[in-house]
Design a protein around this ligand. Sequence first.
Ligand code: FES
Ligand code: FES
Length: 153
Amino acid sequence: MTRFEVNGQTVEVAAEATVPLLDVLRNKLDLKGSRYGCGLEQCGSCMVLLDGEPVYACSRELGSVAGRRVTTIEGLSTHPLIAAFLDEQAGQCGYCLSGIVVSAAALLGRNPAPSRTEIVTALDRHLCRCGAHTRILRAVERAALALREGATA
Ligand code: FES
Ligand code: FES
């Protein structure tokens, strides 16, 4: 049994310690927002926050998150990034977006006024096959502005 926190709730999961966290989130905890893309740390669609830092859930073993704090895209549902991505229509198929929003939330948590270059660097581990990159960058800038103007994450 592994006990950890997901989106503010303590959970206990009965599974092998070596099971990927992504499998646990999607199939045992019914949190389907984190996506399986490559399973090889190559696309970023599975990204979640672990104690506030972005990690690949596809390669992270369940046992390594015991006693720690996991945040998935579902835990960011009221973050200004969500409204900003909608306002900018920053996506097409949307498959990449939950991971990108997770990484962007981590960036804005430590840097409320990132430059375009800093945003690109923070999102460098993510693939968007639809080519929505420019709108995604604009959405992160829009969310940063909203946060600086008093919106709450
Ligand atoms: S599914 Fe984890 S990086 Fe692609
Ligand atoms: S919006 Fe389709 S992969 Fe990014």
